[in-house]
Design a protein around this ligand. Structure first.
Ligand SMILES: NC(=O)c1ccc[n+]([C@@H]2O[C@H](COP(=O)([O-])OP(=O)(O)OC[C@H]3O[C@@H](n4cnc5c(N)ncnc54)[C@H](O)[C@@H]3O)[C@@H](O)[C@H]2O)c1
Length: 313
C-alpha cells in the first residue's frame, strides 16, 4: 500500500498559503505549513482555515501549521518561499541581503530533516537562492530546482493569447535564462496550436510582449505593493505534481548546469523533463544567434549575483 505523500511548505505567507490550497485541492498529499516561531500561530491559523475549507469542499488532506522543523521530517516535496518579497521599485537582486541568511538557515534545517525531498525553491533572487540551497545542502542536483520559467512562460502565453485573440489553452511558449529582466523568451518555441506565433503576430508586437513579460513581476509589484502569488504558486505545483505523479512534463526549470548550453556550476532556466527522479533530462534546444546572445547576457547577470552570494559569509 502506498503511503500518503507529505508536502512541506517553508514560508506560510502569500505564496505558501496558495500552495497549500492547491496541494489540498489536488489531493497531492498531506501538507505542513511552516513559518518562523514569531509566525507559528499565523501558520497554525492558516492551516486550520484550510482544513475547514477542505471539509466544506470535500478535499481529503491534512494541513498542519508549525514552526518546528521536526514536523517537516521525511517530506517528499519541499517548496521554499521563505524570505521577503519585493516592494515597488526594488529589483529581485535587492533581496539578497535579507534572503541569503534565510535560505542558508532553511538549507541547514532541510538537510537535517528532509534529506530525501524533491526541493523547489521560489524565494528571490531565484537563481542565486536555489544555487546556494543546493551548494549548502549538497543534495543531488536532480532533486533541487528553482521555479521561475513556468511562471514567466505563463505570463508570455497570456500576453500572446490576448494579442492573437485566441484561447490561452492553445498557446505554448518557453522563457529561459535567469529570473530577471534579462530572461529569454524563445520565439522559435512559441506556437499557437502548432502554428508559429511569428505567423500570427508581427515582430514589433512580439518584441513588446517579450518586454512586458520581462517586467511581468514588477508590473504586479507596482500595482499591489507586493509580489504575485496565485500564478507563482500554480507554477510550482505544476513542477511538484510532475515529480509526485512521474508525469515527465517538459517545463522550463532553474536547474544546475554542467556544461549544458555552454554553462557550468550555474542555476538557470532551461527546458527539463521532471519525473520521479527529479530532473530526468535537460533538453538542449538549438538556439539562434540572437537567442544565444540573450542567454549569455542573462547568464552573466545570474553569475554576478551568485558571485555576491559566494563571497558573503
Ligand atoms: N520565483 C518566482 O517566480 C517568484 C515569484 C513571486 C515571488 N517570489 C518570491 O517568493 C518569496 C515569497 O513571497 P511571498 O509573497 O509568499 O512572501 P510573504 O512575505 O507573503 O511570505 C514569506 C514568508 O516567509 C517567512 N519566513 C521568513 N524567514 C523564514 C525562515 N527562516 N523560515 C521559514 N519561513 C520564513 C515569512 O515569515 C513569511 O511568512 C519572495 O522572496 C518573493 O520575492 C518568487
Amino acid at each position: 500500500m502506498t503511503q500518503r505523500k507529505k508536502i512541506a511548505l517553508i514560508g506560510a505567507g502569500n505564496i505558501g498559503g496558495e500552495l497549500a490550497a492547491l496541494v489540498q485541492r489536488k489531493e497531492l498529499g498531506d501538507i505542513v505549513l511552516f513559518d518562523i516561531p514569531a509566525k507559528a500561530d499565523f501558520a497554525k491559523g492558516k492551516a486550520l482555515d484550510l482544513e475547514q475549507n477542505g471539509a466544506v469542499l470535500g478535499y481529503d488532506a491534512r494541513v498542519t501549521g508549525t514552526s518546528d522543523w521536526a514536523d517537516c521530517a521525511g517530506a517528499d516535496v519541499l517548496i521554499i518561499t521563505a524570505g521577503i518579497p519585493r516592494k515597488p521599485g526594488q529589483s529581485r537582486d535587492d533581496l539578497v541581503a535579507t534572503n541569503l541568511p534565510i535560505i542558508r538557515n532553511v538549507a541547514d534545517s532541510a538537510k537535517k530533516h528532509c534529506p530525501n525531498a524533491f526541493v523547489i525553491v521560489i524565494s528571490n533572487p531565484l537563481d542565486a537562492m536555489v544555487y546556494e540551497f543546493q551548494r549548502r545542502t549538497g543534495f543531488a542536483k536532480e532533486k533541487v530546482v528553482g521555479m521561475a520559467g513556468v511562471l514567466d512562460s505563463g505570463r508570455f502565453e497570456l500576453f500572446l493569447a490576448r494579442e492573437a485573440g485566441v484561447s490561452v489553452k492553445d498557446v505554448r511558449a518557453m522563457v529561459l535564462g535567469g529570473h530577471g529582466d534579462d530572461m529569454v523568451p524563445i520565439f522559435s518555441a512559441c506556437t499557437i496550436n502548432g502554428v508559429a506565433a511569428t505567423e500570427l503576430i508581427s515582430k514589433d508586437k512580439l518584441d513588446a510582449i517579450a518586454a512586458r513579460t520581462r517586467k511581468g513581476g514588477g508590473e504586479i509589484v507596482g500595482l499591489m505593493g507586493t509580489s504575485a502569488y496565485y500564478a507563482p504558486a500554480s507554477s510550482a505545483i505544476v513542477m511538484a505534481e510532475s515529480y509526485l505523479l512521474d508525469q515527465k512534463r517538459l517545463v522550463p526549470t532553474a536547474a544546475l548546469l554542467n556544461g549544458e548550453y555552454g554553462y557550468k556550476d550555474l542555476y538557470m532556466g532551461v527546458p527539463c523533463v521532471l519525473g520521479a527522479k527529479g530532473v530526468e533530462k535537460i533538453v538542449e534546444l538549438k538556439l539562434n544567434d540572437e537567442e544565444k546572445e540573450m542567454l549569455k547576457k542573462s547568464a552573466a547577470s545570474v553569475q554576478g549575483i551568485v558571485d555576491v552570494v559566494k563571497k558573503a559569509t
